[in-house]
Unconditional design. Structure first.
Length: 327
């Protein structure tokens, strides 16, 4: 079902500028009010910090900015760790742009940046490099070499060096634990609506449509295939999904059903996401999709034959249509 016919309704346009090197910054890109953090998932806790930075931007008549790092420091220090990210850098950019962020300081996290002491980070990055006027961080924020810098240090440096500092209180709600870890756990358990309650939006997997084996086309269910490299894997199985095509002639928002897994029927072992878009006809190869997980329908199954698989796919799509029509 085509929900949004016009391309303009789904292509995320903004004036957000992305700056990747704090040592070479256009003067017009300096002087923002920023929230600092990794913002993996851009969940409700992150959004509350961003809102405080937004208030600071209004007070200082400054752009609203985010200061974050790529790769994620956790990936830098433990490159062989299991994939944990809720979103890649591009998906994070998309989400932050939708929140009205004007300057995204997405700094390259490398040995030089990791070696800066807390004071050096404040002087070289915050003041000399980016010229920030206001900085907002969470109450558990640490920074600098060995994570030695605390919020107390940051406040002291701000007073010395001339930038405002706001410490955002941690969100405490006995009924809902808001953290990237809690969101990962909900997704691993096949509870995407619980994850969405913490995120403030559907958990989305974003990426380019890549070539596949075209088995779905032969079965009457052509799918858009996407890789899952580097991302935390939700529970493997079939989902009801909302699909945003972010670019190209078919840009818009659609409903669909998606299989996230290793395709046991065909002996595959590399997880990917295969999305069947309802009532859609067109070529999406090379387009960027954002697939929002709405409900988990069933786990991955191995069928006795293609007829049984097709029968189950028919049932999956009927169930997904019913769920999505009620949104």
């Amino acid at each position: 079902m085509l929900l949004l016919a016009s391309a303009a309704g789904a292509v995320y346009l903004s004036n957000m500028r992305v700056i990747r090197d704090y040592q070479f910054v256009d003067p017009n890109d300096k002087g923002a009010s920023v929230a600092i953090g990794n913002f993996d998932g851009v969940h409700l806790g992150h959004q509350s910090v961003i809102d405080l930075a937004r208030d600071g931007a209004k007070r200082h008549d400054a752009p609203l900015g985010i200061l974050t790092f790529e790769p994620h420091p956790r990936s830098y220090f433990a490159p062989d760790a299991a994939p944990f990210r809720l979103m890649d850098a591009h998906a994070r950019e998309t989400r932050l742009a939708k929140l009205g962020v004007e300057r995204l300081y997405q700094l390259n996290f490398n040995a030089s940046l990791a070696a800066l002491t807390p004071r050096e980070f404040a002087k070289q990055v915050i003041v000399d490099g980016l010229g920030l006027v206001n900085v907002v961080v969470g109450a558990d924020f640490c920074f600098g070499k060995g994570r030695a810098g605390t919020t107390t240090d940051l406040v002291k440096f701000g007073q010395e060096m001339g930038f405002d500092v706001t410490i955002a209180p941690l969100i405490e709600d006995a009924s809902i634990q808001i953290s990237s870890t809690a969101i990962r756990n909900a997704l691993s358990d096949g509870r995407p609506r619980d994850a969405a309650a913490k995120l403030g939006h559907w958990h989305r997997i974003e990426g380019e449509v890549i070539g596949g084996e075209q088995r779905g086309r032969d079965l009457g269910y052509p799918t858009a295939n996407m890789a899952l490299d580097g991302l935390h894997l939700p529970k493997l199985g079939v989902y009801a999904v909302i699909v945003d095509v972010l670019d190209g002639p078919h840009a818009g928002s659609y409903h669909g059903a998606a299989s996230l897994g290793v395709r046991p029927m065909f002996g595959e072992n590399t997880p990917n996401l295969e999305t069947f878009i309802f009532d859609f006809s067109g070529d999406l190869y090379g387009s960027t999709l954002s697939v929002g997980l709405v409900d988990f329908l069933r786990p991955e199954l191995k069928f006795d034959g293609l007829d049984a698989l097709i029968t189950q796919m028919d049932a999956d799509c009927a169930q997904a249509r019913e769920i999505l029509q009620s949104l």
